[in-house]
Write a protein that binds this ligand. Structure first.
Ligand code: NAG
Ligand code: NAG
Ligand code: NAG
Ligand code: NAG
Ligand code: NAG
Ligand code: NAG
Ligand code: NAG
Length: 773
């Protein structure tokens, strides 16, 4: 079935949904009241009654309480969301059994697609199934056929060939989920590939009012594209002759685990009054409801390419809370790190029970140079289809309508800034920008766009713009400005893009990828890992145009997109395959295997850099770039249990997340969590710190590992013992790490290094990140 925007409009006319509103609550805001976990002895009715009783005690009457409750979480997570005044929220926070009360803020979580939407083709680098290793890995994992992955995103386009269930086995007996019907989505849209689908709208509607069905649909159907992209990245079937608009990225598209089962949880919606390219929101109370269902439904991996723009404390973060309940059941939770790089301290989803993924490049470039009038060739990249053409060139800053820009906004091609009489028939050079800049050039009558680039370096985000256009590399931008400003009649020739494969350096860290340090707990290194997230091909919603703007009427079955949203599902797929091969591994063991086998070198054999060519550090890539086929046999793993996380949380806050757990008198340092990386901050005050780590043998029965230490400059590290001997599988060995600041430790900078255990076959590596501050 093919569905376009027009048919949605028709649907919306006939389906007027009744919206029950809480009129007396209109001035109030949505809060989440978190109560921990259900003991399993109460009925749903009893749970609801208890939730109502909290509300009744501040609202006065049971009727009022019932009117203002939004969600009552009943499966696993205990808590509810409701419309409350701040004073009422404070009163509830003081009541017995309440762990935390926090706002479900409408601008809190967003999908981590950036200034780009990408798509993923796993037939690359270490994923290439034509490589013996890759195919062997996929085969031994049964291509993921027994594993269920829950995807929290913007829904799914079920008609995509990526979600065909042709030849797939019956749905695993462990599956407890369901296919919820909605507008333009019925139970026959689920199949043996898409085994479940649900949507969560109550929190959204409590904030924004009834959803506008012209723009989004109350159903699991994806009209945005993002959820289709991420889920097909994880588990899309092989589709031959897949390509984005203009034929870019053509070839066989495949998810990382092509036979994995997908369960769709739609939690992200368009923001009223904004075009899709501008915004979306995923309310914490909707997200928490999705976690509660996904856990009860029986998913084994949860992939969430969404998060906050700034990290918040764990007990006020719906993603972190939901993920903790999942981790307790050894469900692997994989999240995107965010797209707020390259600034430091921007990483989100920083809980240690989450696998946090940054974005890096692949070795493919869509090269589209610009030849300027003096014959010079400037390097550029583009996935916009166009014919070669030569145009008179103007710099946006010279053709603006007076008064529409300031010193800081000049040259950016902002909406309504360009003068049609000066732009008509010309190519416009915008100092930097994205989709909206190209639309402004088009609006003003420009015929082509050249986008400058201030800090993306060689990591250019490609989009299929509506007029000819290319994005030049950062190092060419000043030269182009000088050229346009110094010539009487500047001109430029745009050259259609050629696809280059095997480009170097690759991978490098994408500039948008959010960076450490971790603002919530500097003693846990985040992000954990990087994976491909720049210009990735995957399936797309046919109701979403490639640019996600109303003036784009094109329909795309596949799309090239960028963001940590695109790297997260690569790791989710890898986690699903590991789960298939090692069903007995804990979620921490799977995370450890992926992290300790990641690589920190690029295809030139040098240390991974950022997109400007500067050295990158564990704050950019965590343990490094994912190597899934190596993670199958990591040798040793750093395991951690739910109890370990609770002990870790004792540092964070005196009252714990779990009433059955009592924090000890002497709380160990957060650095002591048995994590596959090591971060220690504040060494200026503590001087020295010893932590204990424990590794479990999952490699060779009789083995002996020796230490390789790469000490961060300015510090002294002692690890003892320096040899670990194992005589059985599953055996654990502990060692201590003592870190002392030397007199030459830099007061302001972070210092990093690594330690590894090697038995000659396996190399089990952990990054170390230290700071005096
Ligand atoms: C579900 O929708 C499809 C396509 O719109 C339609 O062909 C089919 O009959 C519907 N199935 C049910 C069970 O309503
Ligand atoms: C719904 O969105 C459409 C398109 O953006 C707009 O024209 C219409 O006024 C909106 N309807 C409501 C009730 O806001
Ligand atoms: C992609 O398209 C180009 C240009 O048409 C063609 O040369 C190339 O063989 C195609 N690649 C694949 C894998 O189909
Ligand atoms: C699925 O449902 C069955 C029966 O209600 C239950 O025993 C099982 O624990 C459920 N699975 C999960 C993952 O909750
Ligand atoms: C540009 O501004 C105009 C007028 O305010 C508005 O109607 C239009 O939607 C804006 N375009 C975009 C792409 O935001
Ligand atoms: C900019 O960088 C690219 C890629 O490294 C290189 O090919 C090009 O020559 C550089 N341009 C300038 C002006 O240095
Ligand atoms: C700017 O352009 C002028 C004229 O083409 C040229 O002589 C000069 O070297 C350029 N300056 C820089 C910094 O590129």
């Amino acid at each position: 079935m093919k569905m376009n925007n027009y048919s949605f409009v028709v649907f919306s006319i006939f389906l007027v949904l009744l919206h029950v509103s809480c009129i007396s609550c209109a001035e109030r805001q949505v809060y989440i009241v978190y109560l921990g976990e259900h003991s399993g002895t109460k009925t749903f009715q009893e749970i609801e009654d208890i939730h109502h009783s909290y509300l009744q005690s501040v609202k006065g009457s049971k009727e009022e309480a019932k009117k203002c409750i939004i969600y009552s979480y009943k499966n696993v997570i205990n808590g509810f969301s409701a419309l409350l005044y701040p004073e009422e929220a404070e009163m509830i926070a003081d009541m017995d059994g309440v762990i935390s009360v926090f706002r479900s803020h409408p601008r809190n979580n967003r999908l981590h697609t950036t200034r780009s939407w990408d798509f993923i083709n796993l037939l690359e680098a270490d994923w290439d199934p034509t490589q013996v290793n890759g195919e062997g890995f996929l085969t031994s994992a049964g291509y993921g056929k027994d594993v269920i992955v829950g995807v929290l995103d913007s829904g799914v386009w079920p008609e995509s060939a990526s979600f065909s269930d042709e030849g797939m086995d019956p749905v695993p007996a462990s599956w407890n989920g369901t296919c919820v019907e909605g507008v333009a989505f019925n139970s026959s849209h689920c199949n043996r590939k898409l085994i479940g689908a649900r949507y969560y709208l109550k929190g959204y509607e409590a904030n924004f009012g009834p959803i506008n069905q012209t723009n989004d649909l109350p159903s699991p159907r994806d009209i945005y594209g993002h959820g289709t992209h991420t889920s097909s990245t994880i588990g899309g079937r092989r589709v031959d002759n897949a390509a984005a608009v203009g034929g870019f990225g053509n070839g066989t598209a495949s998810g990382g685990a092509p036979l994995v089962r997908l369960a769709i949880y739609k939690v992200c919606w368009l923001v009223p009054g904004q075009i899709p390219a501008e915004g979306n929101t995923c309310l914490d109370d909707d997200v928490l409801a999705a976690f509660d269902d996904a856990i009860a439904d029986g998913v084994q991996v949860i992939s969430a390419s969404l998060g906050k723009s700034v990290a918040v404390p764990y007990y006020e973060d719906g993603v972190a809370i939901g993920a903790l309940h999942a981790a307790k059941r050894d469900i692997v939770v994989v999240c995107s790190a965010g797209n707020s790089g390259p600034s430091t301290s921007t990483v989100t989803n920083v809980a240690p029970w989450i696998l946090t993924v940054g974005a890096s490049s692949i070795d493919r470039v869509f090269s589209s140079p610009l030849v300027i009038g003096n014959g010079m060739v400037l390097e550029g990249q583009s996935v916009t289809p166009f014919q070669k053409g030569t145009y008179p060139l103007v710099y946006a800053g010279d053709v603006e309508i007076p008064g529409t820009t300031t010193d800081t906004s000049t040259g950016l091609c902002g909406n309504g800034t360009l003068s049609p009489s000066l732009v008509k028939g010309r190519a416009v050079f915008c100092w930097r920008g994205d989709t909206l800049a190209t639309l402004e050039v088009q609006r003003a009558g420009g015929v082509a766009t050249v986008l400058g680039n201030s800090f993306d370096g060689i990591g250019v985000i490609g989009r299929p713009y509506l007029i000819p256009g290319t994005v030049i590399l950062s190092n060419e931008t000043a030269g182009l400005l000088n050229y346009t400003e110094s010539q009487l009649n500047p001109s430029a020739t745009l050259i259609p893009a050629r696809t280059l494969i095997g480009t170097a350096p690759a991978p490098f860290v994408a500039s948008f990828s959010s960076r450490g340090p971790n603002l919530i707990e500097p003693n846990i290194l985040k992000p954990d890992i990087t994976a491909p997230g720049l210009n990735i091909l995957a399936a797309w919603s046919e109701a979403a145009s490639p640019l996600n703007v109303p003036s784009d009427n094109r329909v795309a079955k596949f799309q090239i997109d960028s963001g940590t949203s695109m790297s997260c599902p690569h790791v989710s797929a890898a986690a699903a395959l590991l789960k298939a091969i090692h069903p007995d591994w804990s979620s921490a063991a799977i995370r450890s295997a992926l992290m300790t086998t990641a690589k920190v070198t690029n295809n030139l054999g040098n240390e991974i850099t950022d997109s400007l060519g500067d050295p990158a550090s564990p704050f950019d890539y965590g343990s490094g770039h994912i190597q899934p086929s190596k993670a199958v046999d990591p040798g040793l793993v750093y395991d951690a249990s739910y109890t370990d996380y609770l002990l870790f949380l004792c540092n964070n806050r005196s009252n714990t997340f779990d009433r059955d757990f009592t924090c000890p008198q002497d709380v160990p340092s957060p650095s002591n969590l048995n994590y596959p990386s090591l971060a220690i901050s504040n060494l200026i005050n503590i001087g020295s710190l010893s932590v204990t780590r424990s590794v479990t043998n999952v490699g060779t029965q009789n083995s002996s590992y020796s230490l390789i230490l790469n000490t961060p400059p300015g510090y002294v590290i002692e690890i003892s013992p320096q040899t670990l001997n194992f005589s059985s599988l599953g055996e654990k060995q502990s060692f201590s790490i003592t870190v002392t600041a030397g007199t030459n430790a830099s007061e302001f900078a972070y210092a990093y290094g690594s330690y590894s255990w090697s038995d000659g076959i396996h190399l089990v590596t952990s990054p170390i990140m230290l700071s005096l501050a």
